[in-house]
Design a protein around this ligand. Structure first.
Ligand code: MN3
Length: 267
């Protein structure tokens, strides 16, 4: 019964969003295998559904679905074993269940009793970016946001090529899909140490970016369309040190182009 209740709540959340409506229409939304709809410091037996307009002020904020501080860990948009064999359930158990959860717990403890309570993650990110005195808040807020965006950037049976307006824009700004693919893979492979590679929209143009550690395009006036996490914790269980194999699997089998198209469409 509880699983059904959570599933209904998730559908209600998503039904209030542009991206969510498309996901629901495509039948792409699964009941998460790990029910982290509420954070572990709250009573799991009494999930509360915030009003949709409180959760999602703008359509492109919807993918992260975390509401305002203090934050809950947003549910995975698929079962924990749904990305196997490209990303294993064991990787997601740690990456989502430990790392992402850890960032949520940390940001909640850092903003407790501060003026950041009641703010959205992206607001906190933008207000703390570049401020050395707020580095811990920025790092944990950005990692909480980046990971939520990353889970949505993948889908079981993903990969392939984009379609529609986003496909045309990729052809226009990169020449063709393969140029985009090669540039994205190159950025992901060459990000030194921990970080992220991104497809972003800036001043009307699609661009490839890479960011170090927790840094995020949100802090630089860019609109994220798609991302891949290249911290070692994202791939070491499944690929050991073979980051390029992980990147290839992401591009060929996991990319959620529907999610990317929705982000682009909401720009
Ligand atoms: Mn990570």
């Amino acid at each position: 019964m509880e699983n059904n209740a959570v599933a209904v709540n998730r559908r209600q959340f998503l039904a209030g969003t542009v991206a969510g409506t498309a996901l629901l229409a495509a039948g792409a939304v699964c009941v998460p295998s790990v029910l982290h709809a509420v954070s572990d410091n709250k009573a799991a037996a009494t999930p509360v559904t915030p009003p949709v307009d409180l959760l999602y002020k703008t359509p492109w904020r919807s993918p992260v679905g975390s509401g305002t501080a203090p934050f809950d860990l947003p549910p995975l948009p698929y079962a924990q074993d749904a990305l196997a064999p490209y990303i294993s359930a064991e990787t997601l158990e740690f990456h989502y269940g430990k790392h992402h959860q850890g960032y949520i717990k940390k940001i909640n403890s850092l903003v407790e009793n501060t003026g950041f309570v009641g703010k959205f993650l992206d607001e906190i990110i933008k207000e703390t970016a570049g401020n050395p005195d707020k580095a811990a808040i920025f790092n944990n807020a950005a990692q909480a946001w980046n990971h939520a965006f990353f889970w949505q950037s993948m889908t079981p049976g993903g990969g392939g090529t984009p379609s529609g307006d986003l496909a045309k824009k990729i052809e226009s700004d990169f020449g063709n899909y393969n140029n985009f693919k090669n540039a994205f893979a190159e950025a992901a492979a060459t990000q030194f140490g921990s970080g992220w590679a991104w497809l972003v929209l800036e001043n009307g143009s699609l661009k490839i970016e890479k960011t170090a550690n927790a840094d995020t395009p949100l802090a630089h006036g860019q609109m994220p369309i798609l991302t891949i996490d290249v911290w070692e914790h994202a791939y070491y269980i499944d690929y050991r040190n073979r980051r390029t194999d992980y990147i290839a699997a992401y591009l060929d089998h996991l990319v959620n182009w529907r999610f990317a198209a929705n982000n682009f469409g909401n720009s």
